[in-house]
Design a protein around this ligand. Structure first.
Ligand code: ATP
Length: 452
């Protein structure tokens, strides 16, 4: 008998349709080639998109479906439409789709199709790379699990624990002993600590999600812990495993490794939406060149002329060399400069790795209140954080890699079904033009030059 092998689906994007149209034009013009495109591709019969309810109907409990609609999730995004049937069939899955495409709701609906809130055991685990993303996933999960308005009933709603770096593990220990939560959202470090101390086990976990999986596998600090979680503390045969990210470099290699290393089962399915368009098409990319000394002033002029609804100014983390030289970090310089020179209405906030956890949480709480702020941040804000009001991204320092560019840019354009355009502007020195060009080639986008 044949062994099942990984499957890869590429969901056709707009550009691919353009390509087909081009082929068809060429074929009609140059008939001697007898080149025909099947009618089913050229004129596909109109298909009505099923609603999220229709996709989830026989899998997800009714109160969750009601709640989902109450929040405003009615029609599925592409990744939800493509992935949910495979997920409900029980297959392990790699969710690979643009930033802001709705991967979180996709895996939360899977979780609700599998868990039983009446049972007192940890049944679902979501592993994330940062505390910030963990806080956000927990919030979305709790919002979805809350009782819909007007529904009283005796039904027990599931409890969700956030087990994140910087939290008080003592309180979690008591909670886990008294009544284990149904879903745990955890950062790799905190989870491993709990598992190593035998405070809880993954024996009862039916579904394990790893969000921003490439980010975790890229970090030498986190990778060995994640391997232990996937293979020593649990087995892929006893759970359904889902990996999610907008970027999975060398994904064929990654899928191969996932099977070889037993992170997933052999028949893992790779669902890749918008394979030829890695970033949302509503994003407008620009760059402006100036010398290092003019960067602050250039940023200020841009902010004043753009008047963003909300924006993030991304700054590189301070290098060891600069720290040793006793220099102030760029984040502090930038915050001081903006506070003293910016005359507009936006609140200026800071989010960086070296802030203590309470200050980080306070900054995030502030930005989640809605628009009207300018967040100066390191790449800690670049992964997964969902701020739907965000209209402008400024790369004060160019990201280190094309993948980092993609995730920074992806903090905008986060309203599915919206046609509002958002802008990413990189402030570069002349030598960096070549680097930005490389990102443009790799991510297939076009960056327009602004003249000062
Ligand atoms: N079916 C839907 N209808 C309307 N809005 C949706 C739907 N699904 C998700 N959203 C909204 O889309 C936004 C982006 O979703 P989400 O944070 O899950 O994106 P993501 O794919 O995880 O992005 P990233 O890769 O950046 O983490 C959220 O504000 C979410 O509420």
């Amino acid at each position: 008998s044949e062994k099942p092998t990984p499957t890869s689906y590429n969901v056709r994007s707009k550009s691919y349709n353009h390509f087909l149209k081009h082929l068809s034009d060429t074929a009609n013009f140059n008939r001697t080639f007898q080149f025909t495109i099947p009618q089913a591709i050229l004129n596909p019969s109109p298909v009505t998109t099923p609603t999220l309810r229709e996709i989830c109907q026989s899998h997800v409990p009714e109160h969750i479906l009601q709640r989902m609609e109450e929040i405003g999730y009615v029609m599925p995004t592409d990744i939800q439409r493509e992935a949910l049937p495979s997920l409900f069939s029980g297959r392990d899955c790699i969710l690979h789709a643009q930033t802001g495409s709705g991967k979180t709701l996709t895996y939360l609906l899977l979780i609700h199709s599998l868990i039983n809130a009446g049972k007192s055991s940890v049944q679902a685990l979501v592993v994330v790379p940062t505390r910030e993303l963990g806080m956000q996933v927990t919030k979305v999960a709790r919002t979805l699990a809350a009782k819909p308005t007007g529904v009283s009933g005796e039904q027990k709603s599931c409890s969700i624990m956030a087990l994140l770096d910087g939290g008080t593990l003592k309180r979690h220990k008591t909670w886990l002993k008294a009544e284990p939560p149904t879903i745990v959202v955890a950062t790799v470090g905190s989870l491993c600590q709990m598992l190593e101390r035998h405070i809880f086990s993954l024996e009862t976990v039916q579904v394990l999600i790893v969000d921003e999986v490439d980010c975790i596998f890229n970090s030498s600090k986190q990778v060995s812990s994640l391997r232990k979680i996937l293979t020593s503390y649990s087995s892929c045969n006893n759970r359904q495993t889902v990996f999610a990210s907008a970027s999975i470099p060398q994904h064929n290699r990654f899928i191969h490794d996932s099977v070889q290393q037993k992170w997933t089962k052999r028949d893992v399915v790779h669902i890749h939406v918008s394979a030829v368009e890695p970033m949302p098409s509503r994003l407008y990319h620009r760059f402006i060149t100036c010398d290092t000394k003019r960067k602050l002033q250039t940023l200020l002029s841009l902010i004043q002329s753009d008047a963003p609804e909300s924006g993030i100014v991304f700054v590189a983390e301070q290098s060891e060399k600069s720290k040793k030289a006793g220099k102030a970090p760029s984040t502090s310089l930038l915050i001081d400069f903006l506070k003293s020179s910016y005359q507009g209405d936006l609140d200026i906030l800071l989010l960086e790795d070296k802030m203590n956890f309470n200050s980080r949480a306070a900054s995030l709480l502030e930005v989640r209140k809605g628009g009207g702020y300018l967040l100066v941040a390191t790449d800690i804000a670049a992964r997964g954080v969902d701020l739907p009001e965000m209209s402008h991204i400024y790369n004060f320092d160019l990201p280190r890699t094309a993948i980092d560019y993609l995730h920074r840019a992806g903090r905008t354009c986060r309203k599915p079904f919206s046609d509002v355009n958002c802008t990413v502007t990189s402030i570069i020195i002349p030598d960096e033009r070549f680097v930005l060009q490389r990102y443009e080639n790799e991510l297939m986008f076009n960056c327009e030059e602004l003249t000062p």
